[in-house]
Design a protein around this ligand. Structure first.
Ligand code: 9MR
Length: 471
């Protein structure tokens, strides 16, 4: 079942992968095109500012070029969709669904039953079980009914588990008024309205192990029970709001722990999705180039779960640019893959290189159908993913340079800019191995051990990425 590792199927000779592979990485590749090649979804929220037209044009251009799944930061939540009892408001959500259709993206719905962002009129029924059951059912029937067939997956229940010890979040209006059966009910009601939608339980701190004392361990017990009882749950969303371990020494989450949750869920035929990823640094600390590179590696490690685990298919980031991110409220900063000026960070590169170098296993039965069938398509729309944009310049420009390896020496030929040349070598997991800004065109790679690597040359407006073998 498990995907075989990337390198297992490589048939390249151990000599230079020469002229024939010079174009192994097309210049116009994006995260999105590479994710589609790997049968996964890659996405970012549409920030709330987008809905009011408050973001620069290149934000949207980046979003539609780089991502194939979208979720609204706040606009499909309870307080946004039913601000007054029985009065539904779909304007913003419709705007996003239209955008997704025009750009061939899958839509995630977030979130139906959550203790936060519920309007006061709901909280006023806090201890009235019968009324709360009616309120939740009516909300689900209307909202899910409105977007039936257009929202491919829902966070049916969000954050129902307490953060401090593994038990239900007892302060939630839904738990307090109804009891834990609000969860079972919400799944059943949602499924009844849209039997084709994928239904998720979504929560944070799920990357801290699956033992019964951890949140994910508690959740796993519930998922087992739901599955055994025929409750229609298809996926667990791991929000994955994590902190760089150097600025929070006590942070105990890890990609390995999340991977173990994916493996446990696979036994239950339930998917794991990463739904709200950000990897922040503590506010106020200086963040160096090296820190950003390490952050990129962590982004890559979480991506590996999605690429390699057969029951994992979605990698969704909670924002595009550090400029529009909720993280400040959590005393964290710089947790996303574009900087304040919408320029790609090392994390972007790390994800891109990993998507480029991952070799899918021979048996691709796992993800094929989901990716291809469930995006919201609008056949009349032009293919806006082909727009050119400054923001993805590193990968949009045709290259006027070339490279080859002889022995342990890398030769880069063509007009290298003396002002802005950067040569980088990554290993096949996307980890940076070597980097120089020297523009002489001849580089000694004798310190690099034998194996396959990816070289990227950025010089002026030219950009070339090529896989090489060092022997
Ligand atoms: O990013 C959202 C922010 O704009 C809201 O103020 C906040 C209110 O709760 O919700 C943020 O999104 C949250 C998401 O809906 C659920 N998981 C945690 C996210 C970050 O707080």
């Amino acid at each position: 079942m498990k995907k075989t590792h990337a390198l297992a199927g490589l048939v390249f000779s151990m000599t230079l992968l020469g002229a024939g592979l010079t174009n192994a990485f097309a210049a116009d590749e994006t995260l999105r095109s590479l994710a589609e090649k790997n049968n996964i979804y890659i996405g970012a929220i549409l920030n709330s500012q987008w809905f009011s037209g408050g973001l620069p044009g290149n934000y949207e251009q980046i979003h539609k070029q780089q991502f194939n799944i979208v979720v609204a930061e706040n606009e499909m939540k309870f307080d946004a969709t039913e601000p007054q009892e029985g009065r539904f408001s779909y304007g913003n959500g419709d705007k996003m669904v239209k955008y997704a259709k025009a750009n061939g993206m899958r839509v995630r719905g977030h979130a139906l039953a959550w203790h936060s962002q519920v309007p006061n009129w709901v909280n006023n029924y806090r201890n009235d079980k019968q009324k709360l059951l009616k309120v939740l059912k009516n909300h689900i029937e209307n909202v899910v009914g409105h977007w039936k067939g257009q929202v491919a997956e829902w966070d049916v229940v969000n954050e129902a588990i307490s953060n401090n010890e593994p038990q239900w979040r007892t302060g939630s209006v839904w738990y307090q008024g109804i009891g834990p059966e609000f969860i079972d009910s919400a799944f059943v009601w949602t499924h009844a309205v849209d039997p084709d939608a994928e239904l998720c339980y979504n929560d944070y701190n799920l990357e801290q192990g699956v033992n019964p004392k951890a949140k994910a361990g508690f959740l796993l017990q519930q998922v087992k029970r739901w599955v055994a009882n025929g409750i229609p749950i298809h996926c667990v969303g791991s929000q994955t709001h994590v902190e760089d371990t150097t600025t929070d020494k006590h942070f105990i989450g890890s990609p390995d722990s999340l991977r173990s949750l994916a493996k446990e869920l696979a036994k239950l035929n339930v998917k794991l999705k990463i739904t709200e990823l950000d990897i922040g640094f503590k506010s106020g600390v200086n963040v160096s180039k090296h820190d950003l590179e390490r952050q990129g590696q962590t982004f890559r490690q979480y991506l590996d779960i999605i690429l390699e685990e057969p029951n994992a298919d979605t990698y969704l980031i909670w924002g595009v640019s550090d400029k529009w991110s909720w993280l400040g409220g959590l005393n964290r900063q710089k947790g996303l893959i574009y900087d304040d000026n919408l320029k790609p960070k090392p994390a972007f590169d790390s994800i891109l290189v990993r998507l480029q170098t991952f070799e899918p296993p021979q048996d691709t039965s796992k993800k094929d159908t989901t990716v291809k069938d469930s995006t919201v398509k609008d056949s009349t729309a032009k293919d806006s993913t082909k727009d050119s944009s400054d923001a993805i310049r590193p990968f949009a420009m045709p290259s006027s340079i070339s490279m080859h390896v002889a022995g342990r020496t890398l030769f880069v030929t063509g007009a290298l800019s003396t002002k802005s040349t950067k040569i980088e070598v990554f290993d096949m997991q996307g980890r940076p191995i070597f980097s120089t800004e020297n523009s002489k065109g001849v580089f000694d790679l004798s310190s690099i051990s034998e194996g396959f690597y990816v070289v990227r040359v950025k010089s002026g407006m030219s950009n070339l990425i090529q896989r090489i073998a060092i022997k």
